[in-house]
Design a protein around this ligand. Structure first.
Ligand code: DQA
Length: 138
C-alpha cells in the first residue's frame, strides 16, 4: 500500500512554530516514527510552501497511490485550486489538521478541502496523521 503525506505552508517549521498549538516535535522526527510503526505501508512525505507545487504533487500521485493524507495548512481556507485538484484525481484524500480548527479563528472554520475529501481528522495533534493512515488500512 502506497500512501503519501502532503504538508502545506509553514509545516516545515513544526517543532519551533507556535509550540503551544503545534507541539515540539519536528515533522521529520515524527515521520521516522510513522515509518517505524507502519512498516507494511510504503509511506512518502512531501512538503511545500507553494500552492502550485502542492497541486502538482496531487496530480502526480493522484492516479496511482492508494491514499493521500493532506494537511494543506493555510491553503485549506483559501485554495479553490487544491480543492479542484482533489476532485480531478482518483486517489482518495483524507484531510488532516494538527489543531482543532473549529476552536480557532472563524476564517479557519472554512475548508475548500472538506467537501472533496474522503474524510476529515482534526484536533488530535500529530496523532491526526496516524488516524488518517489507519483509515486507509481498514
Ligand atoms: C493547520 C491549521 C491551519 O489553520 C493553519 O493555517 C496551519 C496548520 C493545522 O494543522 O492545525 O498552518 O492546518
Amino acid at each position: 500500500m502506497k500512501i503519501i503525506i502532503i504538508n502545506g505552508p509553514n509545516l516545515n517549521l513544526l517543532g519551533k512554530r507556535e509550540p503551544e498549538v503545534y507541539g515540539n516535535k519536528t515533522f521529520e522526527d515524527y515521520f521516522a516514527d510513522l515509518q517505524f510503526r507502519f512498516k507494511e505501508v510504503q509511506l512518502e512525505y512531501f512538503q511545500s510552501n507553494i500552492e502550485g507545487e502542492l497541486i502538482g504533487k496531487i496530480q502526480e500521485v493522484g492516479y496511482s497511490y492508494d491514499g493521500i493524507v493532506l494537511n494543506a495548512a493555510a491553503y485549506t481556507h483559501t485554495s479553490v485550486g487544491i480543492g479542484d485538484a482533489i476532485k480531478a484525481v482518483s486517489t482518495p484524500v483524507v484531510e488532516v489538521h494538527i489543531s482543532n480548527t473549529h476552536k480557532r479563528e472563524a476564517f479557519r472554520h472554512v475548508s475548500y478541502i472538506s467537501p472533496v475529501a474522503k474524510g476529515v481528522i482534526l484536533g488530535f495533534g500529530l496523532q491526526s496523521y496516524d488516524l488518517a493512515i489507519r483509515s486507509f488500512m481498514e
